[in-house]
Design a protein. Structure first.
Ligand SMILES: Nc1nc2c(c(=O)[nH]1)N[C@H]1C(S)=C(S)[C@@H](COP(=O)(O)OP(=O)(O)OC[C@H]3O[C@@H](n4cnc5c(=O)[nH]c(N)nc54)[C@H](O)[C@@H]3O)O[C@H]1N2
Ligand SMILES: Nc1nc2c(c(=O)[nH]1)N[C@H]1C(S)=C(S)[C@@H](COP(=O)(O)OP(=O)(O)OC[C@H]3O[C@@H](n4cnc5c(=O)[nH]c(N)nc54)[C@H](O)[C@@H]3O)O[C@H]1N2
Ligand SMILES: [Mo]
Length: 752
């Protein structure tokens, strides 16, 4: 007789992207056999995407890293020796200590991505205790920059509230149909309930197709001008909320003066959007109550305009009376029932003299310590005596790490820790990063990864890390106006082979470097402590118990928090900013030496700013629109997903393609002044004739691993074409330009 199978269902959180959807995972005889969405989970309401389901394939894939590796040949040769975790950690810790002794702790830097595996939080703790201020991450051009600008202006983030559908929602520089699949249905549902969507996008994206009441097709990179044009219409036509502006805003008269420069006529010339459309869309937003502006990442990666775009969006919400009201955009502080951010990361342990050495913080002050300290000063007393969630901030200017390695300026960086990111593919200027990682001046390069990526191929040590099915999870994030939900996921199975969590990697190094007092025994214990205040209140013993019994917690919704009376002062709480108001005129930006008001600057590489260069490179290049099923540079080796999207594609208007002799599916060369790559042509009238859109994230795990090929990392990777030049970066935040840039395109066959 056959023995009965042991079957168990675990309640996990998918970490395929930062939404962290609820998943029910079925385990049969110790093997994960099925993943499905957890009904009623606030994030995904029972639905999960194809990528989430494919994590079973990810878990058991033959190419996953299973043991720590130590390089034995030259960097990139692909000659590795298997080594134990303990030996590898001993050796890395010893080298880090040596670099610190000889060059100072700042000579060790770290790079990160979207914080997968909670690596950014624990990396922050490790680096603070080690004494280095030089932590960089993808937040510099993705959401965290905009979060920091919100923090300067409102003293908190702001997030769409789904508790009540809004009359009008603006999707600005995002395409949630591809990028936020789990929550897209909530947008469709709101449309049925009457929400009118304005989508601001140079392309007729799938979100335009499925949602838009009005599509504003602007020239790439001109969002700041458009936002200022909207402000002009709204103020000149008296469509703003006078009461809110008078009581709760600082600097309206200065703003009013500034926006005079941005008449709809002038903005139409800059943005290619007809004057009448600018006026109509501004009126629609301002007169629909409540209305919301939904974040899209393309606002965060337009280089020199990044601060202005987000600043203008923040101002739009405030002056139209849509801030912190149901159906509008609710103020989003941190989770009040958790130990998070500065306390979790032991931020106070980094001494002031080390903070001063942070790379790039002299130029990009809002991103580094100078800005952080001003924001934190106002936010700490306001948000439960702890301050805002950081995780990614304050960070150093990412491109400065490569300069410090290559040129030793302003001082050398000799050790680099790369955790949960793939800079050689996802960061700007691949060739420069390649040079830095190959440099003999970089004495130690350590990677914590799930796969041998092109970046990991250049490492001295590679540590094999679990995926989300192999570790317990905790999430305290602001979610769609629910406030700060706390959600916990169970470990589904024990880590396979010798994989360990990111936590154990940083803890392992920390314990060897005198940080014993600051690390808990296990990740589970860490979550128990993080959620301590909430667990106490619920009379639960552990996060694991919470995961089994309760699963998530949402705080009561507080509308118009600024009006609530502070018992200490007897006055309304106001906002967590230096003036206690919404700073239309930002005193923080002013103190840091930047323009306190938003403005539009022509991006450094467009047909307008560089007409001569545009003769050679006639098209405007935009990059990196999300596409299912891929997530940045991941999943190219997951067969079921690769089958859905086998090649990189570049979108070209059919008229343009015809003129260039390019047919559907042809391999074409895309070239900028910095290099060339190939992708397959996808002809679509959804894109403007003058604009080209190339995908990001491409490398080919099936190709040769060894340097200089590195899995074809230079073949189709769009970041071979991008730049990290400081002239292209936003002064306050250092955000880079992933578009607009100038390019030319031609059929590959002509040149082979
Ligand atoms: N040109 C262009 N470039 C872009 C963009 C663009 O629009 N255009 N978008 C940018 C944006 S917004 C972002 S966020 C960045 C992303 O930049 P990155 O984060 O550097 O890119 P990913 O491909 O997400 O890299 C994540 C890596 O972490 C590994 N990983 C996954 N889970 C874990 C884990 O739990 N622990 C560890 N240790 N490793 C794990 C994966 O295998 C993968 O190699 O890309 C940016 N790059
Ligand atoms: N499938 C999938 N989902 C993901 C990710 C992934 O890699 N794959 N990554 C996750 C991450 S880290 C992020 S940051 C989010 C980002 O996801 P989103 O915020 O949705 O951003 P994108 O998909 O990069 O770009 C969306 C739209 O911006 C438009 N666009 C391009 N240039 C401009 C411009 O100058 N102005 C304006 N207004 N629009 C422009 C593009 O045409 C595109 O339709 O997605 C997350 N979700
Ligand atoms: Mo991102």
């Amino acid at each position: 007789m056959k023995e009965a199978k042991s079957t168990e269902v675990k309640r996990a959180l998918c970490f395929g992207c930062w939404l962290q959807a609820g998943v029910l995972a079925t385990v049969e005889d110790g093997k994960v056999v099925k993943l499905k969405g957890e009904p009623d989970h606030p994030v995904n309401q029972g639905w999960i995407c194809e990528r989430s389901k494919a994590f079973i394939e990810h878990l058991y894939h033959e190419d996953r890293l299973n043991y720590p590796l130590k390089r034995v040949g030259d960097r990139g040769d692909g000659k590795w020796e298997r080594i134990s975790w303990e030996d590898a950690l001993d050796q890395v810790a010893e080298k880090l200590d040596k670099i610190k002794m000889e060059n100072g702790a700042e000579a060790v830097a770290s790079v990160g991505g979207t914080g997968r595996g909670f690596s950014e939080m624990f990396k922050a703790r490790f680096m603070n205790l080690f004494g280095s201020p030089n932590r960089a991450n993808a937040g510099q051009w993705c959401s965290v920059v905009s979060r920091q600008i919100h923090a300067a202006i409102y003293g908190a983030g702001a997030s769409r509230s789904v508790k009540q559908p809004c009359k009008c929602a603006v999707i600005w520089g995002g395409n949630p149909a591809e990028s936020l699949a789990c929550t897209f249905t909530s947008l469709l549902k709101a449309k049925k309930q009457g929400t009118k969507y304005i989508v601001i996008d140079p392309k007729y994206s799938e979100s335009v197709n499925r949602l838009a009441h009005q599509w504003v097709q602007l020239r790439p990179g001109t969002d700041a001008a458009l936002a200022l044009g909207w402000l002009n219409v709204i103020i000149e036509e008296d469509l703003y909320d006078k009461n809110f502006v008078e009581t709760w805003c600082h600097g309206f008269s200065e703003l009013r003066e500034r926006i005079k420069q941005y008449s709809p006529k002038k903005v139409a010339e800059i943005t290619w959007v007809p004057e009448e459309e600018i006026i109509q869309s501004a009126r629609l937003y301002a007169t629909s109550k409540p209305a919301s502006i939904i974040w899209g990442v393309k606002s965060d990666m337009q280089g020199r305009n990044v601060t202005s775009i987000t600043q203008a969006k923040c101002i739009l919400r405030a002056i139209t009376g849509n801030l912190d009201v149901m159906g509008g955009d609710m103020l989003a502080g941190p989770c009040e029932k958790a130990n998070y951010g500065p306390v979790l990361e032991n931020m106070d342990m980094l001494p002031p003299e080390q903070r001063k050495k942070q790379l790039g913080a002299d130029r990009h002050k809002l991103w580094g310590y100078p800005g952080y300290e001003l924001v934190h000063q106002a936010a700490k007393p306001y948000w439960y005596g702890k301050g805002l969630t950081s995780g990614f901030l304050p960070a150093c200017h990412e491109p400065d790490i490569w300069t410090a390695i290559l040129a030793g300026k302003p001082y050398p960086v000799k050790g680099l820790i790369c955790g949960a990111c793939n800079p050689l593919v996802a960061y700007p200027n691949t060739k420069r990063i390649y040079k830095a990682l190959k440099s003999p001046d970089l004495e130690l390069f350590v990677v914590a990864e799930q796969w041998l990526t092109p970046t990991a191929m250049l490492a001295d040590y590679v540590f094999p890390i679990t995926n989300w099915l192999e570790h317990p999870q905790m999430c305290t994030q602001t979610f769609q106006g629910h406030g700060n939900i706390a959600s916990v996921g169970q470990r589904v199975i024990q880590p396979l082979h010798e994989r360990r969590t990111d936590y154990e990697f940083y803890q392992g190094l920390g314990l060897r470097l005198g940080q014993g007092d600051y690390w808990r025994e296990t990740l589970n214990k860490e979550w128990d402590w993080c959620l301590g205040p909430l667990l106490n209140e619920l009379d639960m013993q552990s996060a694991e118990e919470f995961a089994k019994k309760q699963r998530w917690w949402t705080p009561p919704v507080v509308e118009k928090r600024y009006q609530t009376v502070d018992p200490g002062t007897g006055k309304p709480k106001g906002f967590a900013t230096p003036t206690g108001k919404v700073e239309l005129y930002s005193t923080i930006l002013e103190q840091l030496g930047y323009d306190p008001l938003p403005r539009y600057e022509e991006p450094p590489e467009t047909p307008v700013s560089q007409p001569e260069l545009a003769k050679k490179y006639p098209f405007i290049l935009i990059t990196g629109s999300r596409f299912r099923p891929m997530h940045h540079s991941e999943h190219r080796q997951i067969r079921s997903l690769r089958r859905l999207y086998p090649y990189p594609t570049v979108e070209i208007n059919p008229d343009t393609a015809r003129r260039l002799g390019i047919g559907e599916g042809d391999w074409v060369v895309i070239e900028t002044p910095r290099g060339k790559i190939k992708q397959k042509a996808k002809l679509t009238s959804r894109i403007n004739r003058r604009v080209i859109e190339a995908q990001h994230g491409w490398w080919f795990p099936e190709e040769i691993a060894d340097d200089p090929l590195l899995y074809g990392v230079f073949e189709s990777n769009v970041n071979v074409l991008t730049t990290d030049d400081d002239e292209y970066c936003d002064p306050p935040t250092g955000a880079v330009t992933f578009g607009p840039l100038l390019c030319k395109v031609y059929p590959l066959k002509k040149y082979t």
